[in-house]
Design a protein around this ligand. Sequence first.
Ligand SMILES: Nc1ncnc2c1ncn2[C@@H]1O[C@H](COP(=O)(O)OP(=O)(O)OP(=O)(O)O)[C@@H](O)[C@H]1O
Length: 595
Amino acid sequence: MELVSMERKKFSTFITFWRLIRIFGSSYKLVLIIVLTAILAGMEIIISYSLKKLLDSVLHLDYITYRGLILLLIGITILQMVGRFFRTRLAGDYAESGIARLRNILVEYLIHLPIGELEKRHSGDLISRMTNDLNQIREFSTQTMISIIYQPLIALGAFAFLLTLNWKLTLITSFGVPIIFKTSSKLSNPIARYTKELQEKLALVNKEAQDAINGMEIVRAYGLKQVLIKKYNQAVDLSIRSGIKVVKWRAILLAISLFTNFSPFLICFGFGGYWVIKGQMTAGGLIAFITLLNPLTFPISQLPTLLGELKGQMAAAGRVFEILDIEKEREVGKIYTIQKEKPVIVFKDVKFSYPDGKKVLDGVSFEIWPGEKVALVGFSGSGKSTIFKLILGFYEDFIGEIELFGHSIKDWNLKALRENISLVSQETYLFPGTIEDNISFGNEKADYEAIVAAAKAANAHDFITELKDGYMTDVGEFGDKLSGGQKQRISIARALLKRAPLLLLDEATSFLDSQSEYKVREALNNIMNAGITSFIISHRLSTIQKSDRILVLHRGRIVETGSHSELLEKNGIYKTLYLHQIIRGLELEEKEVVM
Ligand SMILES: Nc1ncnc2c1ncn2[C@@H]1O[C@H](COP(=O)(O)OP(=O)(O)OP(=O)(O)O)[C@@H](O)[C@H]1O
């Protein structure tokens, strides 16, 4: 196993390269780019050869050959210009469409990742992989990829041609190439390592910036600007340090490049000059050889830098593939029709721990029947939201049995299951877009009348129509342009529009002003009275009293069940919750509310 992973590591640059090429697809474009590059490399060789011949013709005062060669060089230069134009366009096209394809795959992948996997990562890190790391891939596909095709082709062409001129001198001059290749390859490994480190540090910078922006209000209110700036600067410092390491190794490879550019000439002069002195070679032959040496030495001199860039870019691409290597959320499963006579939710001795090992549920059992309104209460952190996450199939590695609408959740197709569930979560998330868009996410087929009806039932219609653009009002990022109560009512409208047979409602813990509180409460009453099964994480006595049953979650188990008065009489956990204000007895009389 270890051996396999070592082998994988050894070939990681090649494997990542291959995976990229497969994602980029359009193999005909790639073939065209390679063919064009080969033709351009061939032209480069012809130009070098013609220059040598041109020199000969000048020395021999051969005007006809001279004129012919000048015309040939002009023709080839024009062809080269045209060829380069098409190759650059084609390569750009190939790179941009490849990057777009990769970005689409990534977004599609992120949407299908299990929630547990997303919760493990900071969104700043994910965004960094989709921006900074993708930029490295863009550099690879627009520049490095062309060079790694072009340079070796020129070198090979020049090598073959030089062999025909003087095979001995060619072999001696090229003797160092494998050593240069091996050394450069070894020296470029740290670049891969430090580029990966740099990309990770840039992700950290992204994360700190994102945290600062998201928490801007708290930052200002608590005077945390300096703390955040310090954290941000620390992240920037770390990224600079990694960046300097990358630059240092690049500089080393650049220095080697200069040496590798010069050394073949030195070798050539050393041996060739000696042979000329000994009369084993003509001076003209040596000059011709040296003229044609450049197309061989230049690609060799580029090798160290090129390998460094390639490995660095592949390391960044590797970070993108780390996301694509995570197993997607299960897509298989049966699509059942809902049977009214079966319980909607059944938990049988469910035990669950989060991936970090935190044990939350320790044998939870309960049943909820169609049409019931059940409240779930418990201390903060007792696992109420975790139960919702399990019902929605966000985590599947629990022990025990969870049945929804009469079937084990593990048999359900998760997408089909979720179509039968409406969720109003504690933190109301609104997408950037209009109010109408945000409500219609509940049911994209719903027409305008249905959207308005849902908004009316959610007590949102009046405030929406008072806005300048009504239903077309842009809610801003995270719905920032609306108040907490307004956002909640829009999310309730969204849930009502969905008309799913099961409603999961996580009642917000935050206090709203009395008017908003009243309006939200009324909206909740409407939703609870809509005849659907509702399971509500509740903190308000008003909601609890309207429920048919209360489940009390404590230390990972349902410890009490009954109505408000029954549970108070029991003098148990529920009463403690009530006395600790976890259940807020705050009752608003309608007359108190200024309408
Ligand atoms: N993704 C997670 N990874 C690890 N632990 C988690 C995760 N989500 C929640 N927890 C932990 O699991 C426990 C139960 O959390 P949960 O959110 O279910 O509680 P809750 O009863 O809904 O709390 P509250 O009433 O405050 O919303 C808590 O101790 C919490 O720290």
